[in-house]
Design a protein around this ligand. Structure first.
Ligand SMILES: Nc1ncnc2c1ncn2[C@@H]1O[C@H](COP(=O)(O)OP(=O)(O)OP(=O)(O)O)[C@@H](O)[C@H]1O
Ligand SMILES: [Mg+2]
Length: 222
């Protein structure tokens, strides 16, 4: 991680279906540590694919990608990188339905050598942060959409990530709940200097970021 960039992407390519679909077709992006960037573009333009590459959920075919000093093209085991550096917030929150809210927030902390009392305490603190401490013992299915998305924020923060990747975090929410989710994310960026990379269809939401990157047909529009 030289020159203050936490994400360095050069000519990144990713194809699906034996290369017939060029999801990413030569992407170049630099993101500074602590920056809040929104990513916009039409459906199918490659936004989620790009986010998955940055979070090492999938590997690229060609090009260079370095995130928080890790060369993701080396294809070594990146589970440690994923769990300690990255917090994911997915559009459909991906909470585990038969675990309590508290347990959902604890899950990413497993395997990091913490005592269970420490993990519970930290998870409660995060639930307090998203104003859900009174719902800790409920199941996700007993919560509203906005509350579930706030649990997803708490879970994304479990391991104190330096980067939060959010894919349409407000996509399924009404404006009031969407606003609450956004305020929490913005505050994290402002107070904790977390790097926030957020995909959105909503131009008002995109405008909250310091910079907007537009993706079209797997390339950055300039
Ligand atoms: N697992 C996959 N297998 C095959 N093709 C895929 C796969 N994932 C994505 N694609 C294709 O890659 C392209 C980019 O998809 P991607 O999900 O990145 O788009 P997106 O910009 O996130 O769209 P949306 O706004 O609808 O979420 C699309 O043409 C899509 O159909
Ligand atoms: Mg998508």
């Amino acid at each position: 991680m030289n020159n203050g960039n936490i994400v360095e992407i050069t000519n990144l390519k990713k194809g699906y279906d034996k290369g017939k679909i060029k999801a990413l077709n030569g992407i170049d992006i630099q993101i500074r540590k602590g920056e809040f960037v929104s990513i916009i573009g039409p459906s199918g333009s490659g936004k989620s694919t790009l986010l998955n590459m940055i979070g090492a959920l999938d590997t690229a075919d060609d090009g260079l990608i370095t995130v928080a000093g890790n060369d993701l093209m080396l294809k070594k085991d990146l589970s440690d990188f994923r769990s300690k550096k990255i917090g994911f917030i997915f559009q459909l929150h991906n909470l585990i339905p038969n675990l309590s809210v508290l347990e959902n927030v604890i899950i990413p902390m497993y395997g990091n050598g913490y005592k269970s009392s420490h993990m519970s305490k930290r998870a409660m603190k995060l639930l307090k942060y998203v104003k859900l401490e009174d719902k800790a013992e409920r199941k996700p299915t007993e919560l509203s959409g906005g509350e579930r998305q706030r649990v997803a924020i708490a879970r994304a923060l479990a391991n104190n990530p330096s980067i939060i990747l959010a894919d349409e975090p407000t996509g399924s929410l009404d404006s009031k709940n969407g606003k609450m989710v956004l305020e929490r994310l913005k505050e994290l960026h402002e107070k904790e200097n977390v790097t926030l990379i957020m995909v959105t269809h909503d131009m008002n939401v995109a405008a909250m970021a310091e910079r907007t990157i537009e993706v079209l047909d797997g390339q950055v529009q300039t």
